[in-house]
Design a protein around this ligand. Structure first.
Ligand SMILES: [Zn+2]
Length: 448
């Protein structure tokens, strides 16, 4: 029996929070209201939270206390986002090496929630968060789910790697009463998996379809080829860059429902998400300060691509202050027509796609290479370019209808046009592209 959505959203969800002593839905109502505050109010609130987390980190985390003292910085003088720039950057290596010193002395590590990430380097990284922080992150995710058109209480469908399996009675009860989620396991998307997923879809009729952008695209291609249409209330694409041509295919396979592009990471969860206007991504300013930096550390101008550095304002267990994500993005000074006071970013540019190095020594954004090849040439279902030597590219690809010697030749011509005439190109057709451990695909990988 399928439970009515209104009952799940109005009864089971709040009851579960009460039982769990969770602040999740309280935070959600607060975020629903505060998103309409003007930019000045949003900024003032952010600054106030910044001062609190800096004080907390300086007083209770040995790592920050020592490192800031060594740099001659008095934490009490860090009062604004501009002041924040005086603090050193926290790298993934810093976290790996100083795991325990980053945990606040007010918490025991074993009481914190652990998250493990693969990261773009393939080396794993462990981070910790306190329980209220986890609940607030969940609330921010729910608010951005709502921007897509989904409503609390509607079931969800996820195209995701390694779906969790409920093991305890509590987890099973929760899955049945409240979470109501079906998965398409992106670690292995083949026809039987999609057929199973669609049978579950018909049973549960999810209100939200979410997942890695490229996995949603593969699902959409299957739907179009088999004359099927899905009609969720909202679609959220996350965890990797959403390419415009892929967005169009997903929307076409889902009765024109617009795709909502979202950006986040394991370490701090939601960073930015499109609203129903789809004109850039609203930053999750209540929870995270996002900086866009040039290579010399100075702030980017609006429209200028830069390194992304985040400071999370809600995790007191293991505060991340000026954490460099390893991604790149473009800040914006536009106001969104929706009227929300949350600032916008234009796009995430350097994600799951490394920059490749051209023959002339300059770097070329992986995503623009893909846009000029995969999305333009016929007969290529999937592609991945690996550069392990300066003048050699290995191109893994999954051929589709239309693939042939002429397309192969054109692909090589385009790649040499972008990266230099001296590039040796090895085309490696196959049935699948190797995936990362976390189920994401990387379009371009640079090891030089
Ligand atoms: Zn908006």
């Amino acid at each position: 029996m399928r439970l009515p959505d209104a009952m799940v959203g109005g009864v089971f969800e709040p009851a579960w929070d009460l039982y769990d002593r969770s602040c999740r839905l309280r935070e959600l109502s607060r975020l629903r209201r505060s998103q309409w505050d003007g930019p000045e109010t949003v900024g003032a609130r952010q600054q106030e939270k910044l001062r609190a987390i800096i004080r907390h980190a300086a007083e209770t985390c040995a790592y920050y206390r020592d490192r800031w003292a060594a740099a001659g910085i008095d934490a009490a003088t860090v009062r604004t986002v501009a002041d924040l720039r005086r603090l050193p950057i926290l790298t993934k290596d810093d976290i790996r090496q100083h795991q325990d010193a980053l945990v606040s002395s007010r918490y025991r590590k074993q009481d914190l929630r652990r998250a493990k990430t693969g990261g773009s380097t393939g080396v794993s990284l462990e981070v910790y968060c306190d329980e209220p922080g986890i609940q607030k992150r969940a609330a921010a995710a729910l608010r951005s789910d709502e921007w897509s058109g989904w409503r609390l209480g509607q079931p969800m469908a996820a195209a995701w790697g390694n779906p969790p399996v409920p093991r305890t009675w509590k987890a099973r009860l929760r899955a049945r009463l409240k979470d109501r989620i079906i998965y398409l396991d992106t670690m292995r998307i083949d026809e039987p998996a999609i057929v199973r997923f669609l049978a579950e879809w018909d049973r549960l009729r999810p209100g939200l379809l979410f997942g890695h952008a490229h996995s949603l695209f593969i699902l959409a291609e299957y739907l179009l080829a088999n004359g099927r249409t899905l009609r969720p209330s909202g679609i959220v694409a996350t965890s990797m860059m959403l390419l415009e041509p892929e967005r169009r295919v997903i929307e076409q396979a889902c009765a024109g429902v617009p795709v909502t592009n979202r950006y986040g990471c394991e370490e701090v969860s939601l960073i930015a998400c499109e609203c129903e206007q789809h004109r850039g991504l609203h930053l999750n300013a209540d929870h995270v300060i996002t900086e866009f930096l040039r290579d010399d550390g100075s702030p980017c101008a609006p429209g200028e691509d830069g390194r992304l550095v985040v400071t999370e304002l809600i995790n007191h267990g293991q505060p991340l202050i000026r954490y460099e994500l390893g991604d790149r993005g473009v800040p914006s000074d536009r106001a969104c027509p929706c009227g929300r006071g949350l600032p916008l970013m234009e796009q995430v540019t350097g994600r799951t796609a490394d920059f490749l190095r051209a023959e002339g020594g300059y770097r070329v954004q992986g995503i623009s290479i893909i846009e000029n090849t995969l999305t333009k040439l016929p007969g290529i279902r999937q592609m991945q370019i690996v550069q392990e030597e300066p003048l050699r590219l290995r191109v893994h690809l999954v051929p589709g209808p239309g693939w042939g010697a002429d397309v192969a030749a054109e692909l090589e011509t385009i790649l040499r046009g972008i990266l230099g005439p001296g590039m040796v190109i090895d085309l490696v057709p196959g049935e699948r592209i190797p995936q990362e451990k976390n189920g994401k695909y990387r379009f371009t990988i640079c090891r030089v």
